[in-house]
Design a protein around this ligand. Structure first.
Ligand code: ZN
Length: 447
């Protein structure tokens, strides 16, 4: 990073005094920001720089173990490796058995000191199951590696470990009040979801701050302080079965298909355009008889072109930025559903899956702290990701229970969930330093 900058300095000095002044200002600023790092923070920085190679080895080892969500043995094996790292740091670790929610389980590590409760969130599983062609960690260049789950999010887990190691190396881990949760089912959550996220919510209830180490939008100049929640809905509509020639008549009415179309069109006309609100009917089936399997997301129907449809089912999602927006949308959707065309009836059932993480003042404050840490380290500002672009994540379950929450502090790169998932290794020490110093300052300022 500094090399091209110094070259630019050499060239500019020869050019003009105006440029010289410009260069003087900009060459001073990194030095000035360095001085904002305290002595102990400087030691943290040095520890991390000296231990990046070990962290990359840990990343390679864990990426090379398949831990697709449904490969329970693999998820547990990756869990064992991170558990050993956290045991070494003096954490009390336990494995939550995933059998009750049909997944591998979760790793929980706690170290209870006097400071504010800080919850660090990662996950062990990836979207790449054992039958995926994508199984190995591969170096593409000095700074770029490719591998399944390298940024989503074994890299984030490694950053948690490296940040905690650096805090231990300077004797700061002793007083911290930290819990680490590494889920085994982030990519394909266990069911019931309330059970699969029970421990996370319990830990959040006693925590003050939550930090997620997902890869965010892949850009180290951003972090996530708001995520839209995700609610599923199913619309079931009934009409009166009769010969098609009688449709629209006073006795028979409009049938299930017209009523479904009315409802969906009213949703669109009345709710579209509100910021951060989206709802999408993903599957629809209608006819004389229908068979809808939500679990498998499959449907079949029997109907005839000369028969008025008796049944329709539509299933979709609803994404919102806050609980208020969610409740308001549900109320309006229910009202639309209730205004039935003649001789039809309809009901809509909602299932809240991921709660929204609203952009609260607390989250904004935490972002301000991250931004300051980043500037002090000479890495420049950190801004909030557009919540419209951020999908639901585990941090959403804790956002309501803590004072401050932020996500997207993990290893950066691109191509998550694809065969070209790559990481920019330069962001590994960068994110570990930011995390360690953030944790230190959160504890220092609140002790
Ligand atoms: Zn993830």
């Amino acid at each position: 990073m500094s090399l091209p900058f110094s070259r630019c300095v050499d060239a500019s000095i020869r050019t003009s005094t105006l440029v010289l002044l410009f260069v003087a200002i900009f060459t001073v600023s990194p030095a000035a920001s360095q001085s904002r790092i305290s002595d102990v923070e400087q030691e943290i920085v040095e520890y991390i720089e000296a231990n990046v190679d070990g962290a990359i080895d840990l990343l390679e080892r864990t990426v090379n173990i398949n831990s697709g969500t449904m490969n329970f043995a693999g998820v547990r094996e990756v869990g064992h490796i991170f558990r050993a790292e956290l045991d070494q740091l003096g954490f009390t670790t336990r494995w939550i058995d995933g059998a009750p929610f049909e997944r591998a389980g979760h790793l929980i590590a706690e170290r209870r000191g006097s400071g504010p409760g800080i919850l660090l969130i990662g996950h062990l599983d990836t979207v790449f199951e054992e039958d995926s062609p994508f199984q190995r960690f591969e170096r593409l260049s000095d700074s770029v590696v490719r591998g399944p789950g390298v940024i989503d999010m074994k890299g984030g887990n490694v950053i948690i470990v490296l940040a905690l190691q650096s805090l231990q190396s300077v004797g700061l881990l002793e007083d911290l009040n930290i819990a680490v949760v590494l889920h085994g089912d982030e990519e394909q959550s266990g069911a019931p979801l309330s059970l699969a996220r029970q421990t996370l919510v319990q830990l959040a209830q006693t925590a003050d701050v939550a930090i997620g180490f997902e890869d965010g939008d892949g850009n180290p100049e951003t972090a996530v302080i708001a995520r839209r929640g995700f609610t599923g809905w199913q619309l079931n509509v009934r009409g009166r079965r009769a010969h098609s020639s009688l449709v629209f008549s006073d006795d028979i009415g409009f049938g299930a298909v017209y009523e479904s179309a009315r409802i969906l069109n009213d949703f669109r006309e009345q709710l579209v355009g509100e910021r951060y609100l989206t709802f999408n009917p993903g599957i629809i089936v209608g006819g004389t008889t229908i068979d809808f399997d939500l679990e498998q997301s499959r449907a079949s129907a029997f109907g005839k072109t000369n028969v008025i449809a008796e049944s329709t089912t539509v299933a979709g999602d609803l994404r919102t930025i806050s609980r208020e927006q969610l409740e308001s949308a549900k109320t309006r959707m229910r009202a639309i559903v209730s205004q039935n065309l003649s001789h039809t009836s309809a009901e809509i059932v909602f299932e809240d899956l991921y709660p929204p993480m609203a952009p609260t003042d607390g989250n904004q404050q935490l972002l301000t702290m991250v931004d300051q840490v980043s500037r002090d380290l000479g890495y420049g500002p950190v801004e909030a990701v557009d919540p419209g672009a951020a999908g639901a994540a585990d941090i959403s379950f804790v956002a309501d229970h803590v004072e401050m929450a932020i996500d997207g502090l993990g290893l950066m790169g691109d191509g998550g969930h694809t065969l070209s998932e790559t990481a920019d290794l330069r962001t590994l020490p960068m994110q570990a330093k930011r995390a360690a110093i953030l944790i230190h300052r959160l504890s220092r300022d609140n002790n």
